[in-house]
Design a binder for this molecule. Structure first.
Ligand code: PBG
Length: 326
């Protein structure tokens, strides 16, 4: 092997064109999924205070927003709903006229080719804010499965192209897969939030979606941030149950988990660059403490470099414009 002074690593770094030739990771809008928050009403485009630049939409304005997202070249959106009413069983989650189902129809009407992926969980819809139904003050795994399966089916029936269960209930992927298959939706892919950790970085999202638990926390069902081997077992389990895509969440504090999942499984890997990760950069940028554009492109590149094929990110629209040189 050549050594300094014959070998000089800097030779290939001198100009931008040299760097372009040897660049190992290329970011593109092809990998992006843009999350959308939808609420009842019309004409709504309300900025979320803890997530500058991210808005809540009503179904009509979500359609307009979807047109812009598609025009930019982003292939997919991920929907989260704010219901009209919350109850113990999260009924609006599986109501054919629920907010998510309405938004799916409005977006598919506006831009049929844009992929609509839906988050499948009960936390936005339950009065207690937990991801499933309760029994004796705890989330009842097995009774929750049927409600998640009904939610996923109602999304598919409304026109969703893919469902993404995020409740972290054991058996949720097979419950959803078999319910979809039995109802004729054999071609609707499931993107499993497989390794979803109990993270402090979901804070701004819970403001946005109104899904903060009213008591306790989610550590009884979401993963311990300390565990990476367990993340591989979660992924293995979800693949065995029929997941088509596996997700690691959050992304930035879990790059090692993304890399390990990628190395161990030949499945498409998604990473969720979550709300808190977004807001940290936005807050620093607003204070003039960081170069926003460079920081965002750097973290998205890092998520890709770690092994993510798909990046779910609130930065998707800005990053796409920057990548296109705008
Ligand atoms: C619903 C869900 C959450 C997120 C995605 N789906 C919140 C949670 O688990 O508390 C977080 C997304 C984000 O922070 O951007 N279960």
């Amino acid at each position: 092997m050549a050594e300094y002074p014959f070998l000089r690593m800097r030779r290939l770094r001198r100009t931008e064109n040299l760097r372009r030739l040897v660049r190992e990771t290329r970011l593109s809008a092809d990998s992006f999924v843009y999350p959308l928050f939808v609420a009842h009403g019309s004409g709504l485009r309300q900025e979320i205070p803890s997530m500058p630049g991210v808005c809540r939409f009503s179904p009509d304005t979500a359609g307009v927003e979807a047109e812009e997202i598609a025009r930019l070249g982003i292939p997919a959106v991920l929907l989260f709903g704010l219901p009209a009413r919350k109850d113990d069983a999260g009924s609006e989650a599986y109501d054919a006229d629920g907010i998510v189902q309405r938004a799916i129809r409005a977006i598919k009407r506006a831009v049929p080719e844009l992929l609509v992926i839906t988050d499948v969980c009960l936390c936005e819809f339950t009065s207690h804010g937990h991801c499933g139904v309760l029994a004796g003050g705890e989330v009842d795994n097995d009774r929750t499965l049927e409600l998640l399966a009904r939610s996923a089916l109602s999304h598919a029936q409304a026109g969703a192209d893919m469902v993404a269960p995020s409740a972290m209930m054991d058996g949720q992927i097979s419950a959803i897969r078999s319910h979809l298959d039995a109802s004729g939706f054999t071609d609707t892919p499931v993107m499993a939030y497989a390794a979803k950790h109990a993270s402090a970085f979901y804070g701004p999202f819970r403001d946005a979606a109104g899904s903060t638990p009213q008591f306790g926390d989610r550590r009884g069902y979401q993963m311990d941030p300390a565990n990476a081997r367990e993340a591989l077992r979660e992924v293995e389990q979800d693949i065995a149950e029929g997941a088509d895509i596996v997700m690691v969440k959050p992304a930035l504090a879990y790059l090692d988990v993304i890399a390990r999942v990628k190395a161990n499984f030949d499945y498409p890997v998604a990473a969720y660059n979550v709300s808190g990760e977004y807001s940290l950069i936005k807050a620093a940028a607003q204070n003039g403490w960081i170069d926003e554009r460079r920081a965002i492109l750097e973290v998205l590149t890092a998520i890709k470099r770690a092994g993510a094929d798909i990046i779910i990110t609130y930065h998707a629209k800005d990053a796409t414009r920057w990548l296109q040189g705008a």
